[in-house]
Design a protein around this ligand. Structure first.
Ligand code: ZN
Length: 663
């Protein structure tokens, strides 16, 4: 149950920055509790008197700027809006969204501040210094029941003003400007917005915050009294869904969307229990817990796997409500973002790993809200018309556009999944960076245990994995698919380069060891990856990191040169066999890339000696006289997977500064 997270020590640090400092502090406390707000939800403000350039005192509303998250907000995330003109806007009979944004921006005292929250006018009209607003799970659980309003009044009495559901933005601010002064009394410390959330007020940051905790706690107690608080225990079940089933579902979702999407599967006991409810179709097919979730999760989840039926229903929903809309809207893609499936549990789709994680986290809270509301007497979400207005609200669309309109380059592989072998160092490590920079989610494999903590970010998975062990590859692919939904790009990079040895001294053991890593492991991984690459929504792509030694072998490197030559042929045959599946296979032949794991000082010295050169001469010993780095090779590998090479397969390209023996 909810508790105050206030700490005098933390507060004292923030208090040094004055009233706004404490506003930052308690906003973060609200953001820290996921049962209060999720991902950009909720907003807070403080009204401060401060002198302007002429030395006159002005009342300024510091209100959360859009695009900022309460959990991580800083002073710069609050927009300073002159209070009087903002408050006056609520007396207008109507105000369009673009006009509202324009008026608020024009009243800011810092031109570079973010656009004020869509609920800024509402904050302005509430006559309290500190105003906190959340979408607390417990409050929306109660409001979204058949007798929700009566229950809310019974819980709170005259301590809150109750406002019926109106779409957020100007209309809500205007309604509150009328209703609040008429209904508030001396005991009023908050305001409940039906089907939406709750406000609390205070003279200090702490008072407003602790009133929020108190009010939400009362709703939790009411739920507990109704026997609806404790959920579970959920039956412990383990499911190991076939990676191909997941990849097929992701392909269907991506096809419906018209672009690749990641799909993250959450087969935990809680999600499976919800997805297996007998009445899952009824309880899940109403709407979200609070309207602004609609832009992250869509109005409804898909139950089961019939993506086409979902997309048809979405088009009907759009057509039905668009016909009655004041201005015609442009339809968003009709693909689901949340999927409930009895075998998979909860699956969440997103253009990035972060988007998919946000959709999943919101739905995890939604499942609890729905189950508790059901036990309180029935779950009742808003109507599809009201949710359509929210989903197709200009300002919500703008929020998404601001967050998710990456430049062409950064979106090259958005929604796609790459797997790189030998990813802990050298070319593999650089390939991880090159693919992430282009928007892919990346799985990196390496025998080096450092791979597991290589990058701590949602769109990277590191596996300690010996590529010569088939079971290890199978397991890595299965986890990649359950985390990201499939496989689109495969970079075969892992390889070993043994110390120089003449054929006369080359043992079969050493020969076998080199071929097992450089050749056999790639055959096995290609075989395992092929059915997944076939399901890649935009076509599978494989890049093989070969070697200059293929066209121009060197003495003392028989095993290495032979392994890479065989790999080169394997890649060409794959290009022939897999073309009909839309999979492109191309090979790079780098040379003299010395910032990689295989080039120990010893190997470098012995190779230089084999050519009768110093190490320095050997480094730049090419036609252009340039050094070739891991990054040069990795960037080209990433580009080979991109649109410029969409019609190239079976190619082999040198990355070697020009080699006379190759040319
Ligand atoms: Zn809200």
């Amino acid at each position: 149950m909810i508790e105050s997270l206030w700490s005098d020590e933390e507060a004292a640090q923030h208090a040094r920055a004055g009233e706004l400092g404490l506003r930052v502090y308690t906003s973060r406390l609200l953001g820290r509790d996921k049962s209060l707000v999720l991902h950009g939800g909720g907003n807070t403000s403080v009204k401060v008197r401060e002198p302007n350039l002429f030395g006159e005192d002005e009342e300024i509303l510091y209100v959360k700027g859009s695009g900022w998250d309460l959990e991580t907000i800083e002073a710069a995330g609050f927009s300073p809006v002159r209070l009087a003109p903002a408050r006056r806007l609520a007396t207008l009979p109507r105000l369009s969204d673009p006009q509202m944004v324009n008026e608020l921006r024009a009243s800011m005292t810092r031109a570079s501040a973010p656009t004020p929250s869509v609920e800024a006018i509402l904050h302005a009209v509430l006559p309290f210094k500190y105003v906190d607003h959340t979408h607390a799970d417990a409050v929306v659980t109660v409001t979204n029941t058949p007798d929700g309003e009566a229950r809310i009044r019974a819980i709170y009495g005259d301590s809150v003003v109750v406002i019926p559901y109106v779409m957020p933005g100007f209309d809500l601010a205007r309604l509150c400007a009328e209703r609040f002064p008429a209904e508030a009394g001396p005991a009023t410390i908050g305001m409940v917005l039906m089907h939406h959330g709750i406000f609390s007020f205070g003279a200090t940051a702490r008072e407003a915050y602790e009133r929020m905790i108190h009010l939400v706690g009362l709703a939790e107690e009411e739920i507990a009294k109704g026997g609806a608080w404790a959920l579970g225990p959920f039956p412990e079940t383990t499911t190991e869904p076939d990676p191909l089933e997941i990849a097929r579902l992701r392909r269907d979702v991506s096809q419906a969307a018209g672009f690749p999407l990641l799909l993250a599967v959450h087969g935990d006991a809680r999600s499976l229990a919800f997805a297996r409810r007998e009445d899952v179709a009824r309880v899940s097919q109403q709407g979200p817990a609070t309207p602004d979730h609609v832009i992250r999760t869509k109005r409804l989840p898909l139950v089961g796997r019939d993506v086409d039926a979902f997309a048809r229903a979405y088009r009907e929903y759009f057509d039905r409500h668009n016909a009655g809309a004041a201005a015609p809207k442009t339809m968003l893609d009709p693909a689901p973002r949340v999927i409930l499936d009895p075998a998979l549990g909860l699956a969440a789709a997103g253009r990035t790993a972060k988007d998919a994680a946000i959709a999943a986290e919101i739905y995890e809270h939604t499942m609890d809200v729905i189950e508790r509301a059901e036990r309180l007497g029935g779950w009742r979400a808003l109507s599809s018309r009201e949710l359509f207005d929210m989903e197709y609200w200009d300002l919500e669309q703008a929020k998404l556009a601001a967050a998710g309109k990456p430049a062409m380059f950064a979106a090259m592989f958005a929604g796609e999944v790459a797997l790189v072998t030998g990813a802990a160092s050298g070319i593999g490590r650089a390939a991880v960076d090159a693919l992430l920079a282009r928007g892919a989610a990346v799985a990196g494999l390496d025998v080096d245990p450092r791979i597991e903590a290589l990058l701590l970010r949602r769109d990277f998975l590191g596996f300690r994995c010996d590529v010569t062990v088939e079971a290890a590859l199978t397991a890595a692919l299965a986890r990649t698919v359950s985390t990201f939904g499939g496989l689109d790009l495969l970079i075969l990079n892992a390889g070993i380069f043994p110390a120089s040895r003449k054929i006369a001294e080359l043992s079969l053991d050493e020969w076998d060891r080199v071929l097992r890593v450089n050749l056999d492991a790639n055959l096995v991984l290609m075989r395992l990856a092929h059915p997944l690459l076939k399901l890649a929504p935009a076509g599978g792509r494989v890049v093989v990191i070969g070697s200059k030694n293929v066209p121009a072998p060197g003495p003392g490197a028989a095993a290495y040169s032979a392994s890479k030559a065989a790999l080169h042929q394997l890649a060409r045959v794959a290009a022939l066999e897999w073309g009909k599946d839309g999979i492109r296979v191309n090979t790079l032949h780098p040379n003299a890339v010395f910032d990689t794991g295989v080039w120990t000082g010893e190997v470098l010295a012995s190779r230089a000696a084999a050519y009768g050169l110093t190490v320095e001469e050997y480094r730049k010993n090419n036609v252009l006289g340039v050094e070739v780095t891991s990054r040069d090779v990795a960037e080209l590998a990433a580009e080979l997977c991109g649109p410029r090479f969409a019609k190239t397969t079976g190619a082999w390209i040198p990355v070697d500064g020009g080699n006379e023996r190759v040319i």
